[in-house]
Design a protein around this ligand. Structure first.
Ligand SMILES: *Cc1c(COP(=O)(O)O)cnc(C)c1O
Length: 354
């Protein structure tokens, strides 16, 4: 017997590689924005009052929570704010997935879901996506302890909601469990399940500032849903750590949210660059999914994805590759600036020339 027999062991999530400070790479591996956050954020930061840091922040995150609620036309009691959507999703798993029945999610999706299930000892079953990486709706009517779906999905980029009914049918079929819809990428062209939160008390929509608002370093995520769902999440949060959101995050989050013109401009730029990149990769024989996100999911011709990944890395271009069934032939490439994507395409040409 040893203390190690009582350790909560878990195989942790592996984030994308972050280059060392000062190392010059084209970083297309963690879906960060290539553009800075709104200039309003830099402005707020430039006269930030360091003295305010003596004081604890608002435990209920009220100033930012209320700004988010106003932005989406929701009530303050329908919004939960956390330290990135990873924190929000983790609290949601712990709060709502507490059944003996397995929770359900796709085989190819955000690779944090099975890690949270493991660390919280939540039973789960995975449901394979179809050949084109779409969700098979009928898989989600089996008895379950909860459902989590990323829409648009990562790393495939595929969106299920050209038909708004798609998620609604799953939510309606499961009145006895909570359906979490992870909308980390919805701003880049997906269709949101947010209207469903008015009609159903068992759907939770999770968003983040990390991608479309260029705020990955600030760590702001939020969930929206029926006020009962939000209350239960807050009960769990206050049972672990009351002051999750620090003062600068609350203040700068409000500044980021206030600049809609800049938000729309930068998101449109990404969409335009994404479509250009998809076209260029297809011209070179890649299979590429119809992405509704700020990344493309692409499978090269005549060279393995693994080799392409390694050769891009030698040229200081970081993309993401997983040694995992069904997606071993695919690369996930975040959308950078036009210049970065041109450099990527030139590198691909160079690699394919041999
Ligand atoms: C990036 C991402 C998140 C987490 O982002 P945060 O930086 O923690 O807000 C959650 N879900 C998916 C699908 C993501 O790609």
């Amino acid at each position: 017997m040893s203390w190690e027999d009582n350790v909560r062991t878990v195989l942790p999530y592996v984030p994308g590689e972050q280059p060392k400070d000062g190392q010059k790479v084209i970083k297309l591996n963690t879906n960060e924005m290539p553009y800075p956050p709104s200039p309003k954020v830099a402005e707020a930061l430039s006269h930030y009052d360091a003295n305010s840091l003596r004081l604890y922040p608002a435990a209920d995150v009220a100033p930012l929570r209320d700004a988010i609620a106003r932005y989406h036309g929701k009530g303050s009691d329908e919004v939960f704010v956390g330290v990135g959507s990873d924190d929000v999703l983790s609290v949601a798993f712990l709060t709502f997935f507490n059944s003996d029945k397995p929770i359900l999610f796709p085989d190819i999706t955000y690779s944090f879901y099975d890690v949270w299930a493991d660390v919280y000892r939540i039973p789960y079953e995975i449901r394979p996506l179809d050949e084109d990486f779409h969700i098979v709706k009928s898989d989600y009517t089996a008895p379950n302890g909860g459902i989590v779906i990323a829409n648009p999905n990562a790393p495939t980029g595929v969106s299920e909601m050209d038909d708004v009914r798609f998620i609604e049918d799953i939510v309606a079929a499961n009145p006895d469990s909570v359906v979490i819809v992870d909308e980390a990428y919805v701003d880049f062209g997906g269709v949101s399940a947010l209207p469903l939160t008015e009609k159903y008390d068992n759907v939770l929509v999770v968003r983040t500032f990390s991608k479309s608002r260029a705020f990955a370093g600030m760590r702001i995520g939020y969930a929206m849903g029926n006020s009962k769902l939000i209350k239960y999440m807050n009960d769990v949060k206050y049972s672990i750590n009351s002051y999750t959101m620090n003062r600068p995050a609350i203040d700068l989050g409000i500044a980021a949210l206030s600049d809609n013109a800049y938000f729309e401009k930068t998101v449109s730029a990404i969409i335009k660059t994404r479509q250009w990149t998809i076209g260029e990769l297809r011209k070179r024989g890649f299979k590429v999914t119809e992405s509704k996100t700020n990344f493309v999911f692409a499978s090269p011709e005549d060279i393995s994805a693994k080799e392409m990944f390694a050769k891009l890395r030698e040229r200081n271009i970081y993309v993401r590759w997983w040694d995992k069934d069904r997606i071993r032939d695919w690369l996930r490439i975040s959308v950078g600036t036009d210049g970065e994507m041109q450099t990527l395409i030139d590198a691909v040409d160079d690699i394919m020339r041999g």
